[in-house]
Every structure is written in structure tokens, then in C-alpha cells.
Design a binder for this molecule. Structure first.
Ligand code: KG4
Ligand code: ZN
Length: 340
């Protein structure tokens, strides 16, 4: 079965074709990051309008790259939420109307389920059950994953998400948007000179809190005005150390608590090289395995949506929905999902 996947929940239009027999055939992405950089963050109305411009040409590019036509598509999967409502509406209405014209089923996908399953797109994927660390711009969660749609929340952030903390700290250091990649690049030249707190490191649970860390960075930057490049790099270094220390420690706790020996990491912050280095070392010590998506599938993309849709479609008794009515779910808790 050939599934077209459509992602438009935020500032990336992602389109992909996943074949349940032959795997990922094509994926295309347009990132609006340059357009939003001018404003220091995503402007929802601009995002929706740009998705409208991109969705059709990207679909044509993906079809051509896979040497397929519209008639070859068996089902269309799209991100129904969570995300920006206008942006979600573009992908959702495009998917449902295209499916209606082709009289094929649609599968609405939870964006975080897409992220969660993205490591399974790689060779030698881990088996269920596993622990998942989902660290994106909007979420920092630890989950136990038993099967598609069977997700148990083990820990969550009490305030800012890890990616959000990277973005806000980067802003404090004058690094522009999105901050995560810029901050981690700067951190490479930094040295261990400052000491920042490791929030909730020993809290005994699996929750996170990152907003205090951002406040500590603010205090540091105020103390060292005007900030020279060396100081900026040293702050970036310590900030990244603090976040990755907390994430790594909590992942190891989660493996211990669940008794599982497989960890997967996904979401934009999962692209962070320091985090990967620390997780690999800690997991090796515990004889556990860590799996990641390739770097381009850590951040938003269509491949993870096509894949999650294909997995759900395979498990569905009715062969997918064909009613072509649609709504979006800008707020949608992953724990509300059910197995297909
Ligand atoms: O998963 P994603 O593309 O979008 C959401 O669903 O939120 O994640 C984007 C987040 C941003 O906060 C970005 O700064 C962060 O991931 N990010 C990184 C890195 N690459 C992206 N954070 C730290 N290090 C990176 N290399
Ligand atoms: Zn995302």
C-alpha cells in the first residue's frame, strides 16, 4: 500500500510517500524558517499562507521522485494536530479533498506519534516495547511505548519544553531563531567556566523543568554585560551541559523504572550531538540500546506522518476512513490516542 503523508502543523511543509512493502520512496520538505526568522519566532498567519503555496508543488515533486502518479496512492495520512490551527487546516483540507477526488481513505495522525515512530523508519528498528524521549520545541516527555497507539506518559515538563529553553536561551545570547542548532554550534567553542543548576535532577520522578534554567542564564548574562563572544560561548556550553545532563539522567531512570532496555529519542532536540553522545555513553554502560531518527527526521517532516499513517492503516480493520469531513485538533493529548 502506498501512503502519501502530509505535515503542516507549524513552519515546515513536509510531504512523503511510504510504501508498506518497499519503505520510504520519497520525501520533500520546505522550511519557512527564514521567513519567520525576521520576527524572532513563527508567525501563524504567515505560516498558513506559505503552506498553501507549497503543499501542491511539493506533492508533485514527491510523486515524480518516486516515479508514481496520484492514481498509485492508496491512502493519505495527514497531521490533524497538535499545532497551529491555520497551518493544520491547510494540510488537512488538502488531504481530505485530494482523497475525496481519488476516493481513497484518509488517516489522521497525531504529530507527536509521528515523531515517536520516526526512529522506526531507520534500518534495524527497535522492537516494542521501548522508552521514548520526545524532545521538541513544544514537548519534553518520557513515554513507555508498547505498540502503535499504546503510550503511557512517564514524565513531562512542568514548564518550558527542552527546545523552547534552547530557543529562549539562544535569544538571550543574541543568536536568532531557531535557537537550538545555533546554540549547540556556539557551545562547541565554549569552555566549562560557569555552573548552572540541573533542575529536578534528583526529584525522584521523571518530570522536567527548564524555565528556571533560562532565568539563571538571564542572571549570568546580566552579570557579564557587555557580553563578549567568549562569554557567550561559555554560557552556551554550560546551558547545553545542564539540559543534556538532566535529559540523560532521566532517560536512564526511565529505563530502570520500566525494566526496559531499549530507548528511542525523537523531536528536534534529538538532533543535538551532545545529547546523543551522553545518551550513547550512558546506555552502553547499562547495556541498553538507543535509537534515533536520521538528523533530518528529528525535526518536522512528512516521512514520519506517512509512516505513522501506514502503520495505523495496516492495523485498521475497516481499511481507513472515507467520510472526507474534517476538523483539526490544535490541542491534542497523546494519551487520548488509542490503538488502531
Ligand atoms: O520537533 P521540532 O522540529 O518541532 C516541534 O514539533 O516542536 O523541534 C524544533 C525544536 C526547536 O526548539 C529547535 O531549537 C530544537 O528543536 N532543535 C535543537 C537542535 N535542532 C533543533 N535543539 C538543540 N540542538 C539541536 N541541534
Ligand atoms: Zn514536531
Amino acid at each position: 500500500m502506498l501512503v502519501l503523508g502530509i505535515e503542516s502543523s507549524c513552519d515546515e511543509t513536509g510531504i512523503a510517500l511510504y510504501d508498506t512493502e518497499n519503505g520510504l520512496l520519497a520525501h520533500t520538505l520546505y522550511s519557512q524558517v527564514e521567513m519567520h526568522a525576521e520576527y524572532g519566532g513563527v508567525v501563524p498567519e504567515l505560516a498558513s499562507r506559505d503552506h498553501i503555496r507549497r503543499v501542491l508543488p511539493l506533492t508533485e515533486i514527491a510523486l515524480n521522485a518516486a516515479h508514481k502518479t496520484l492514481q498509485d496512492i492508496d491512502a493519505i495520512a495527514y497531521t490533524q494536530g497538535p499545532g497551529l490551527s491555520g497551518a493544520l487546516l491547510v494540510g488537512t483540507s488538502f488531504a481530505e479533498s485530494l482523497a475525496f477526488s481519488l476516493q481513497i481513505p484518509t488517516i489522521s495522525v497525531h504529530h507527536l506519534e509521528g515523531h515517536l515512530l520516526a526512529p522506526l523508519l531507520e534500518d534495524n528498528p527497535p522492537d516494542f516495547p521501548f522508552v521514548a524521549l520526545l524532545v521538541s520545541g513544544g514537548h519534553s516527555q518520557l513515554m513507555r511505548v508498547d505498540a502503535i497507539g499504546k503510550y503511557e506518559l512517564l514524565g513531562d515538563t512542568l514548564d518550558d519544553a527542552a527546545g523552547e529553553a534552547f530557543d529562549k536561551t539562544a535569544k538571550l545570547l543574541g543568536l536568532g531563531y531557531p535557537g537550538g542548532p545555533a546554540l549547540s554550534k556556539l557551545a562547541q567553542t565554549g569552555k566549562p567556566r560557569f555552573k548552572l543548576p540541573r533542575p529536578l535532577l534528583n526529584s525522584g520522578d521523571l518530570n522536567f523543568s527548564f524555565s528556571g534554567l533560562k532565568t539563571s542564564v538571564l542572571t549570568l548574562t546580566n552579570q557579564h554585560q557587555p557580553l563578549d563572544n567568549e562569554t557567550k560561548a561559555d554560557i552556551a556550553y554550560e546551558f547545553q551541559e545542564a539540559v543534556t545532563d538532566v535529559l540523560t539522567t532521566k532517560c536512564m531512570h526511565a529505563l530502570r523504572e520500566t525494566g526496559l532496555d531499549n530507548l528511542i529519542v525523537s523531536g528536534g532536540v534529538g538532533a543535538n550531538a551532545k545529547l546523543r553522545e551522553k545518551l550513547n555513553t550512558a546506555a552502553q554502560r547499562k547495556l541498553c540500546r538507543v535509537s534515533y531518527p536520521r538528523l533530518e527526521f528529528c525535526t518536522d517532516n512528512g516521512a514520519m506522518i506517512a509512516f505513522a499513517g501506514a502503520m495505523r492503516l495496516k492495523a485498521m480493520q475497516n481499511g481507513g476512513e472515507k467520510n472526507y469531513s474534517f476538523s483539526v485538533k490544535p490541542r491534542w493529548n497523546l494519551s487520548e490516542l488509542q490503538a488502531p
